[in-house]
Design a protein around this ligand. Structure first.
Ligand SMILES: [Ca+2]
Ligand SMILES: [Ca+2]
Length: 307
């Protein structure tokens, strides 16, 4: 919630309705192509952070040992090109398409769309409820993805991501796997590439520069999403783990607690809206969550396969 992404609590669709959606049921898995994926060898690592500026309420800490098995991971988040193929083969309709709207960050909208919007979420007033905002119209009906086929798909819910995974013969990552892969073998570093935000003055990921949430100077080159390989990969060859778009994970946000809410899932990695003066969630240990039917212009996903 808050600066990261609003949720669709105003949306009223039962889980049963989603489970019985024929567009989901008819999806057959195709053969999985492992050749483009990166094998992450299982192991034990130190998960979490105890830095002074972590979000304690998010349970980023304490640092503890976690173990993961070997798995394959996509080197990038799912792109618009890949998602287009899924849609054209299955005819799947995303939840944003079914609801008829999604959340878009205010600065990305055209003046015309901006003026037509009446509804503003109270807790995060820089978001707009935009009619017609979908994965292929990311800023509403007067926008398209033609020049952004290599950008991560957005306006996809956790349920949509699951449908894509079923089609692709893949799965989402548990956030333990996500963090293990994101750290790239580095020990307890702050970012996926090390401890410095701008090593040698270089921008290492797509986040926010300027004055959040009104002035984005885009010194890293991007005000919204970027091509998935626009910034250097981490030590495991994985692109865009930090910034650009939040990535849905498979697990409940409170997987480590006794009472689990199965409608709230973890997202990891931060997005183009993260800023060090604000939520700072492009740090590798950072985590937040959203409800399974929520979609926004800064949430996407990445896939994995068991090794
Ligand atoms: Ca940026
Ligand atoms: Ca990311």
């Amino acid at each position: 919630m808050g600066c990261c992404q609003p949720n669709q609590s105003g949306k009223k669709v039962s889980l049963e309705a989603i489970a019985s959606d024929p567009s989901l049921v008819s999806i057959d898995s195709k053969d999985t192509h492992l050749n483009d994926m990166v094998l992450i060898k299982g192991g034990t690592f130190l998960m979490g952070s105890e830095d002074a500026d972590i979000h304690v309420a998010d349970r980023e800490g304490p640092i503890r040992e976690e173990t993961v098995s070997s798995f394959y991971i996509d080197p990038t988040p799912v792109t618009n090109a890949a998602f287009s193929q899924f849609i054209s083969e299955t005819g799947y309709r995303t939840e944003a398409e079914q609801y008829g709207w999604s959340f878009v960050f205010h600065l990305l909208l055209s003046e015309e769309t901006q003026e037509s919007i009446k509804e503003i979420p109270i807790q995060s007033p820089w978001w707009r409820v935009v009619p017609g905002a979908t994965w292929h119209h990311p800023e509403g009906i007067d926008s398209d993805i033609e020049t952004r086929m290599d950008h991560p798909v957005v306006h996809v819910s956790w349920n949509d991501a699951q449908a894509y995974c079923r089609w692709a013969g893949k799965r989402l990552l548990h956030e333990k796997e996500w963090e293990y892969a994101a750290r790239g073998g580095l020990l307890s570093q702050r970012y996926v590439w090390g401890n410095e935000l701008h090593p040698q003055g270089q921008h290492m990921c797509n986040i926010w520069q300027g004055d959040f949430p009104y002035t984005n100077t885009a010194e890293d080159g991007y005000i919204g999403t970027a091509p998935v390989t626009a910034f250097p990969p981490n030590q495991y060859g994985l692109y865009s783990m930090a910034g650009d778009v939040w990535e849905w994970c498979t697990n409940n946000f409170d997987w480590d607690l006794e009472n689990k809410d199965t409608t709230v899932k973890t997202v990891r990695g931060g997005s183009y809206l993260c800023h060090d003066s604000y939520c700072n969630r492009y740090r590798v240990a950072a985590r937040t969550s959203n409800t399974i039917d929520s979609s926004t212009g800064n949430m996407g996903f990445r896939c994995a396969v068991d090794a």
